[in-house]
Design a binder for this molecule. Sequence first.
Ligand code: SAM
Length: 325
Amino acid sequence: MNPSLIPDLLDGFRRSKTLFTAIDLGVFEVTPITAAAFSALAHADPRATELLLDACVALGLLTKANGLYANTPEAETYCKRTSPHTLAGYALYSHNVLWRLWDHLPDAVREGSHRWPQAFNMQGPIFSHFFKTEAAMRTFLSGLHGLGMLSSPQAIAAHDLSRVEHFVDLGGGTGHLALAFLDRHPNARATVFDLPQVIPLTREFTQGRVATIAGDFFNDPLPPADCYAVARILHDWSPPKIERLLTKIRTALPPGGCLLICEMLLNADRTGPASAMMQSLNMLTCTEGQERTAAEYDTLCRAAGFRSTSAITTGSPVDAILALK
Ligand code: SAM
């Protein structure tokens, strides 16, 4: 028996919220700094500011020497908003959006559906909630960009894509997967296909390196490609919508074409890994979907007419399944 299991789990939300609050208040942007100087800058209570900064030291986010707080290497890389690898966007999205959705987790479990109406009084298509304002869309997609920087190179390297000529990332967001594909296969072409309101952000992040096409993957024709990708897409949707999308992709592919699916894979018995199970509950609170096992992706792909699939766990925030036409 592990006597610290429950106390550690009880503590989990406090640790997350300390991280979110420090990022929200902008601590990591202005270090090295004293508690007094930061409380003045943030218009915050001096005693409470010192408690927050000391807690960040305890969590390994800041160091403290002679009253001066400085970023640890982890905070400098992942918490500072200007770092190319920043996860600040994902932390702020967790702070402002997921936190409120998860507050309704008991009812999500009772009723089996997302909590946008209860937490934000929002009805309608799920991405109209994620993208309610330009700022909300930017926070969400730049948050995913940070995660993508950690996972896309591994997802692209997981399978042999050396014969691919045109890689089209459906719902490609900021384009991190398409960029990782081009880094590894510089002689191929890459295109990001996403909703019209996302495309300006894709262009900003990809700086002309990938082509962009605005459209709706459920209702518009797909641009021709010999490899499509869906990264963090299938886990958003119900099985009938997934089958519709996969069938459309399989139909659009030439013979011998392939589909790269990037998602967190569940173990065969669907009880882990814990990070994938947390992501699955997260999908419950905010989408129509969930995470799946490699066998479940294989069944979905074969039902849509794909010949075979092979699944690789990457050790990064997403795994990679390749489906062959
Ligand atoms: N693939 C990106 C990644 O891994 O960071 C983004 C994943 S995000 C969870 C889902 C993406 O799908 C968003 O960029 C969203 O705009 C896009 N999307 C949602 N519905 C779509 C639709 N009907 N047609 C095209 N793109 C869509």
